[in-house]
Write a protein of this length. Structure first.
Length: 460
């Protein structure tokens, strides 16, 4: 039964990674409608370069430039688990646990003022996270040990073959990023950028474990009632109802540098964002800490935002056709994470990007792009609360020149993920076994992701 309490700690800890839409484990790169409609924006010379290629802003006309975007993102996370004891709750060894995440409003704003060789620029966006995820039926890592209760009770000489539990998990994660910096045209070929981003993290996690039941001698009853009657009050307390309502907050600074090279039809942009060191401080709401010390007020958890390197190149093939490519590397294994999860990352995430845009006429432009993401995580990293998958993403859309100084951008973006299967001979121990007696099991992780964006650019 000590293993049961340990698992309750792990599940109720609920340290989920942000609800990623594009980018690394803790970084959103989709910060404008330009990205959604084309993806390959690392060599951009338009106002969205305030985030993607700030050194390239020197190619703007003198004056003020602004861009506002709203994105609506919808995601599912599905874990299909096979574990023999699951048969005691629903009749099947394989169960599907699905979490849904939605964020209908993800705003972002980029702005710049250009005069001569100098540009002052800023940006605000949800730089990490940006949504809420709900698991209405809990998670396999919790239920797997609850599922072994009938086996444990049967070994006490009381025939038991069924169990049930009410479980609910809900989390929200937002990293608000405010960026400020300056660009300078060194000469006609080269320009440089230096700036920083203030990151403010706000997470909120809620969950409960209630009504854990078993059927000793065929009679369904609360597990805590049975264990109390059997003279095991300490074990009964471990299966009692638990509830958590916890907030985490923190902030950190990301220094950013960039370089841009422009020659005739070619443009190359580079950017490096330094690692952001930060910790999240825990605050328990109404004392709902699940009876666990991890959720006492003032507990700190490492939550570094990893360094990021991006490089992109564009070529104006014809006056109407522009082609671009890009590469991103997230240094995830160098960032401190809760439970030292960075130890289970082999280097970090790599992204390979290509895109193109075609100007139909003075009013209309069409664009599309593709991104391949190679996750650097290992099997040991993958957990039902946070997992990372290889994927490819496609974005398409266009722009409309409403007037000389106003452009509307729209785009649609979706991601196709590769399933990740993890089989374990020690999936979960039988509750109360000492030494632990493990049973085998399997998890298959999968996801879906869809984003729609619309935005407007204007200059004066």
């Amino acid at each position: 039964m000590k293993k049961l309490k340990l698992l309750l700690v792990v599940i109720l800890t609920f340290y989920m990674t942000p609800f990623i839409y594009a980018g690394g484990l803790l970084t959103n790169t989709n910060q404008s409608a330009h990205f959604i409609r084309m993806i390959a924006r690392d060599a951009s010379l338009q106002i969205d370069a305030a985030y993607t290629n700030p050194a390239g802003l020197v190619k703007l006309d003198d004056g003020f430039h602004f861009s506002f975007t709203n994105q609506s993102a919808f995601q599912t996370r599905t874990i299909t688990s096979t574990f023999a004891p699951f048969v005691g709750f629903g009749g099947s060894q394989t169960k599907t646990f699905e979490g849904t995440a939605s964020a209908p409003i993800i705003p972002s704003l980029q702005g710049a003022y250009k005069t001569g060789k100098w540009v002052l620029s800023g940006a605000f966006a949800i730089s990490g996270g940006g949504g809420k995820a709900t698991f209405n039926d809990g998670l396999p890592s919790f239920e797997s040990l609850i599922a072994t209760l009938p086996i444990a009770i049967s070994t006490m000489g009381v025939p038991t073959n069924q169990y049930s539990v009410d479980a609910y998990m809900r989390g929200s994660s937002f990293i608000y990023g405010a960026q400020l910096g300056g660009s300078y045209a060194i000469n006609d070929l080269f320009s440089a950028y230096a700036g920083f981003r203030l990151n403010i993290v706000n997470n909120h996690y809620e969950g409960y474990l209630k009504n854990i039941k078993i059927n000793p001698n065929g009679n369904m009853m609360l597990a805590s009632d049975f264990l109390n009657a059997a003279g095991q009050p300490a074990l009964a307390e471990m299966t009692a109802d638990r509830e958590i309502d916890n907030k985490q907050s923190g902030w950190g600074i990301s220094p950013i540098i960039g370089l841009n090279f422009n020659y005739k039809k070619w443009n190359v942009g580079m950017k490096y964002e330094f690692k952001t060191s930060l910790n999240l401080e825990s605050k328990t709401i109404d004392g709902k800490d699940g009876g666990l010390p991890q959720f006492k007020n003032g507990v700190n958890t490492p939550h570094d935002i990893p360094a990021l390197f991006t490089v992109g190149a564009s070529y104006q093939i014809t006056p109407k056709l522009l082609a671009s490519v890009g590469y991103h590397h997230f240094f995830d294994s160098d960032a401190d994470m809760a439970d030292d999860k960075q130890k289970y990352i082999d280097g970090g995430i790599n992204e390979y990007i290509a895109g193109a845009e075609y100007r139909i006429n003075r009013l209309f432009l069409l664009s599309a792009g593709i991104q391949f993401t190679k996750s650097g995580v290992t099997d040991d990293y993958q957990k039902d609360l946070s997992f990372s998958l290889d994927s490819y993403s496609i974005g398409f859309g266009g722009a409309v020149n409403v007037s000389k100084n106003v452009v509307i951008n729209i785009g649609y973006f979706w991601t196709t993920y590769s399933d990740w299967t993890v089989e374990k001979v020690n999936y979960a121990p039988i509750a109360g076994s000492n030494p632990p007696l493990y049973l085998p099991g399997k998890d298959v992780y999968s996801r879906t992701n869809k984003v729609f964006a619309a935005g407007v650019d204007f200059t004066f």
